[in-house]
Design a protein around this ligand. Structure first.
Ligand SMILES: Nc1ncnc2c1ncn2[C@@H]1O[C@H](COP(=O)(O)OP(=O)(O)OP(=O)(O)O)[C@@H](O)[C@H]1O
Ligand SMILES: [Mg+2]
Length: 449
């Protein structure tokens, strides 16, 4: 898994370009044209097409008849187009927080805005058409077919049959649901299939905001991992603003741009990128919650592309003998690496240099192990330990990008994390070399034949 900084970062999709939520009242608005103020209520300006960052300010919920807050003065900013994961012990107020965002629960105090829109200023039913909601335990309507379940919001928006049918087909494809399932009922589907339907239903009207309450809670770990990968792939394409609840710290680390760790009473213990939280837990509660293996978890989160690297004992095929000898001496290496036009050709034993008489006369062999800029540090650690030496970094085009060793991994993990740079992707030092990795694919850079 590569971290979010190596993902292809595209500007958020301008959802105004889609007419999926258009109920007729706003037809004719050009993309980017500010709609009239009342259009906020029509799901076009505050929610659609504009920034859909979510701001919670001092949000509090005390349920009637209780003597303590379920959520106490919670302030949180969810950047547009990012995934924020709410995590914390059972009963700490995760679901309550989510439901206050779409006003299934009314806050006792505080304010919530989405983009410019104060959510309390919008009739709840209108609001919810712009916010997809994946309910804890999936919550499909048991007596409605899958098709009818997915069409829930389009039906309330009055879409015609053809448009709804086309959208359902599109969504089935998008979430990987076999179209044969569409005319079944929820209890005729597996847990994983039901989860997919839950996601499809939430996405039906292409809302800019998605609230997902333990969306993968009810499936086995393998299906869960696959659904997580698919969510990341979807998100790379759709760029929704997502608030996702989970109990599972590994899921949080894998999916989140930022993690909000809540304690009982909705108290925010830390709000940080996964790497930041793993590297520097804010307090003992956070440290205990994320577990003892947080160093190992970080290795999965960081990539080789982010590391400082060395040139290593590697020279161009046209280098003269003195240059090659110097490269070997500097590194004290038993090996000499050769590149041609920037592409890595291979390694030869350093001792062969003298008998060959020139770098060009050497016959390098392709590396047994190589790393890709998107390889995780976990992969890097494994290869470095196995080969007991530095490992070359080679990108998709075969270009040589330096070598890494244990010291580089140590230095990379010690480097301070810039959460903002990581969020917008500008913190990746190696973007020119790296390919556009997705978070699901980072382990792919392993050993070459
Ligand atoms: N309608 C309600 N009336 C009174 N108390 C409630 C109500 N709904 C939730 N609570 C309480 O508010 C607290 C937070 O509940 P919430 O459902 O938000 O927890 P959660 O973090 O989602 O938990 P879980 O991980 O178990 O789903 C709990 O103590 C719960 O008992
Ligand atoms: Mg809950």
């Amino acid at each position: 898994m590569a971290p979010r900084s190596t993902r292809a970062r595209r500007p958020p999709t301008n959802l105004a370009a889609s007419d999926d939520l258009d109920d007729g009242r706003l037809r004719g608005h050009a993309v980017g044209t500010p709609p009239p103020p009342t259009a906020v209520l029509d799901r076009r300006s505050g929610l659609i097409g504009q920034a859909s960052d979510i701001h919670l300010r001092g949000v509090t919920k005390r349920f009637p008849g209780t003597d303590s807050d379920a959520v106490a003065s919670l302030s949180l900013e969810v950047p547009s187009g990012s995934i924020v994961v709410l995590i914390g012990p059972s009963g700490c107020g995760k679901t309550t927080t989510l439901r206050m965002i779409n006003r299934l629960i009314e806050p006792t105090a505080g304010s919530i805005t989405i983009g410019e829109l104060d959510v309390t200023a919008v009739p709840p039913t209108e609001l919810r058409r712009g916010i997809g909601y994946v309910i804890q335990q999936v919550g499909l309507f048991p007596h409605r077919s899958i098709r009818q379940n997915i069409a829930t919001v389009p039906a309330t928006l009055g879409w015609d049959k053809a448009r709804t049918a086309a959208r359902i087909d599109e969504l089935a494809e998008l979430v990987g649901l076999d179209p044969a399932m569409l005319d079944r009922y929820p209890d005729e589907l597996s847990g994983g299939q039901q989860q997919r339907v839950g996601v499809a239903r939430a996405l039906a009207a292409d809302p800019p905001v998605l609230l997902m309450d333990e969306p993968f809670g009810a499936v086995d770990p393998i299906v869960r991992g696959r659904l997580q990968d698919e969510l990341l792939a979807l998100q790379a394409q759709l760029r929704k603003t997502i608030v996702l609840v989970t109990h599972d710290i590994d899921e949080a680390v894998k999916l989140a741009d930022r993690i909000a760790l809540l304690n009982v009473g909705g108290v925010l213990e830390q709000y940080a990128s996964p790497d930041e939280m793993l590297a520097a837990p804010a307090n003992a509660f956070v440290e205990q919650f994320i577990g003892e293996d947080r160093g190992i978890k970080r290795l999965r989160l960081r990539t080789v592309g982010e590391l400082p690297r060395a040139q290593g004992p590697v020279v161009d095929v046209g280098a003269d003998l003195a240059t090659a000898r110097a490269a070997i001496d500097v590194e004290g290496s038993d090996w000499l690496g050769v590149t041609r036009d920037g592409a890595f050709v291979g390694w030869c034993p350093a001792e062969q240099l003298e008998s060959a008489g020139s770098v060009a006369a050497l016959e390098p062999t392709a590396p047994a192990a190589q790393l890709h800029p998107d390889s995780t540090l976990r992969t890097a650690l494994e290869l470095i330990m196995a080969s007991n030496t530095s490992v070359a970094v080679i990108d998709d085009g075969g270009r040589f990008g330096g070598v890494v060793n244990l010291e580089h991994i140590r230095a990379g993990l010690a480097a301070p994390v810039d959460p903002v740079a990581r969020l917008d992707g500008s913190g990746d030092a190696d973007r020119s070399v790296g390919s556009a990795g997705s978070r699901g694919s980072g382990e792919s850079g392993g050993v070459a034949p």
